[in-house]
Write a protein that binds this ligand. Structure first.
Ligand code: NDP
Length: 331
């Protein structure tokens, strides 16, 4: 009999009602791909929470193993770029949405989707960063391309105590930016300061309907929240500034005015991690390895065993997770 391993499986019944269960799979059950990876660590991103709770239609194929990112070791490969023993990271490409994902001890994927684990980074470190942290780096890079240097003025980070927000604060503070952290959790003030936030504001300042133009408070920002929060972040961005938008924790809508764009030349920079080209991914991961303070990463991440992954997915949707959750695989 083939070796079996534990996996989380999302199914849907005839009434389209979604359910989540633990199951045993073998490698024969995995989907098509030219590289098989022993998953050593994965994580719980907001999107994983949406997939497991069914709160948004993230899963587009049933049944499906969820989990949008993992780090591990190649066990089999017919792809020219990878051989047995290589250490790899996977983020996105529809894994955990349309292709069997990380919440199993083995994954089989297209080798083109993988990036090498940077030297000196463990699988657990990589998943402490995870898709949320790698997206934070993509946002930092987008602001840089727009010329948002520390000299231009403060930068705001919304959803500050979450995964994207925490890593964004650590990266921006590390570059010398004056970071204004917007959070709904005043109790996390010390944590956010430890990551490098210079100022903390209550997210309620940004969560109501935005005026077309507000007082110019920051040169740029990273927004993981969307909706009114993004509209307010834009309306308070100073002349020529930019906000990198990657998330929708408050909502997918954008009830904003064009005033910041046409009267202040403000730019809205869209950031997607799922289909980002490989060169950008490689650059982001190499820069994370060099620039993200390891001590701060330790403060950001908590570790849970694989057996707790379903409850952690519910926690993230209910706003109970601080920073990042690393899921350690058995064995
Ligand atoms: P987290 O849940 O870790 O963080 C989200 C944070 O947003 C929360 O911690 C909270 O911050 C804040 N928040 C939650 N609900 C609300 C609300 N109703 N109003 C205002 N603020 C709220 O999620 P992640 O950091 O993993 O992801 C953040 C967002 O980025 C998600 O929407 C996710 O889907 C998106 N994302 C997008 C990617 C892309 O490719 N574009 C990749 C990765 C993530 P606080 O407690 O500090 O107020």
């Amino acid at each position: 009999m083939a070796d079996t391993f534990q996996a989380v499986l999302i199914s849907r019944d005839e009434d389209k009602k979604q359910s989540v269960e633990w199951t045993e799979l073998s490698e024969d059950d995995l989907m098509e791909g030219d590289v098989t990876v022993a998953v050593e660590a994965t994580t719980v991103n907001y999107k994983d929470g949406l997939a497991i709770t069914g709160k948004a239609p993230v899963v587009r194929r049933f049944p499906l193993v969820p989990g949008i990112d993992f780090a591990g070791t190649v066990t089999k490969s017919s792809h020219t770029g990878w051989k047995e023993g290589d250490k790899v990271i996977l983020n996105g490409w529809g894994v955990g949405e349309t292709h069997y994902g990380a919440y199993a001890e083995r994954a089989r994927v297209n080798g083109d989707w993988l990036v090498p684990l940077p030297d000196g980074m463990s699988a657990k470190d990589a998943m402490a960063v995870g898709t949320a942290g790698y997206t934070a780096m993509l946002c930092v890079m987008a602001l840089e391309r727009h010329g948002i240097t520390p000299e231009r003025g403060p930068v705001v980070v919304t959803g500050a105590a979450g995964g994207v927000g925490s890593v964004a604060i650590a990266l921006l503070a590390g570059q010398g930016h004056h970071v204004i952290a917007s959070t709904g959790r005043a109790s996390e003030a010390d944590y956010l300061k430890e990551l490098g936030a210079a100022e903390i504001i209550d997210r309620e300042e940004l969560s109501g309907p935005a005026r077309p133009l507000g007082k110019e408070r920051w040169a740029g920002g990273i927004d993981a929240v969307g909706s009114h929060t993004l509209a307010n972040a834009l309306s308070m961005t100073s002349y020529g500034g930019a906000v990198a938008a990657c998330g929708l924790a408050q909502g997918m809508d954008l009830p904003a005015s064009v005033a910041p764009f046409i009267l202040r030349g403000v730019s809205l920079l869209g950031v997607d991690s799922v289909m980002a080209p490989k060169e950008l991914r490689m650059e982001a991961w190499q820069r994370i390895a060099k620039e993200l303070d390891h001590k701060k990463l330790g403060a950001i991440a908590s570790v849970v065993p694989f057996s707790d992954v379903i409850s952690a997915a519910t926690d993230i949707i209910e706003g109970r997770v601080r920073g990042r959750v690393v899921v350690e695989m058995p064995g």
